[in-house]
Write a protein that binds this ligand. Structure first.
Ligand SMILES: [Zn+2]
Length: 210
């Protein structure tokens, strides 16, 4: 049984910093506070969660590597390329992109016969719940920013909906659409605001689940 405690400071896109601690026991994880006390229920690092995180951060094309490395230790990049029938350059490129998020790590060993260095890769599954939480919080921050913008501005649009702009900007254009020249009118953004709020509620509900 491997037990790891990880502590990490996340920086979100808007500069907000949050601290999340996670403890990984086998293939499950819990979020903890700074003293290591549990603050969430034990959850599995599921295939679905892994897919979500890797697809969001790197892209679907990295998934075969992730699932190939799962349950294995120190696999050479040449073996990965061979087993997955992928170009070594593509495999390396994806591994380096995964490395940026610490989803994988490597050690370099000198090949005794050939005399060159080969990288052997490991999957860091404990990063998955962290990154999932980071993605969630960053999405929340972005939505809140959008909602604030929708609440603090009146938006103007022509009938063909070529462009949408706040009042101040549409004044610069004398309320004439810069695309088609038609007059722009104030747009009721109630539905947009409701839609953002709904998305926010969905994301808030996922607290501790991902
Ligand atoms: Zn227009």
């Amino acid at each position: 049984m491997i037990e790891t405690d990880v502590r990490k400071l996340f920086t979100l896109e808007d500069g907000v910093q949050i601290e999340r601690h996670v403890r990984v026991i086998d293939n499950s994880f819990v979020f903890t506070d700074h003293k290591g006390r549990l603050v969430s229920k034990k959850k599995k690092i599921t295939t679905e969660l892994t897919k979500h995180v890797v697809t969001e951060l790197i892209g679907e094309e990295a998934l075969p590597i992730i699932f190939y490395l799962r349950g294995k230790k120190q696999i050479s990049e040449f073996i990965i390329a061979e087993e997955l029938d992928m170009e070594i350059h593509l495999v390396r490129n994806l591994l380096y992109r995964l490395l940026e998020f610490n989803i994988v790590s490597f050690i370099r060993k000198k090949d005794r016969i050939k005399g060159w260095y080969i990288c052997y890769w490991d999957l860091n599954e404990h990063m998955i719940p962290y990154l999932a939480e980071k993605i969630r919080l960053s999405a929340i921050a972005k939505l809140k920013e959008r909602l604030e913008r929708e609440q603090n501005h009146d938006f103007y649009m022509c009938r063909s909906a070529c462009v949408r702009m706040p009042f101040e900007k549409s004044m610069e254009f004398k309320f004439k659409c810069p695309e088609c020249g038609e007059l722009m009118h104030e747009q009721d953004n109630t539905r947009t605001r409701e839609f953002i709020k709904e998305q926010l509620r969905e994301l808030e509900k996922k607290k501790g689940l991902c």
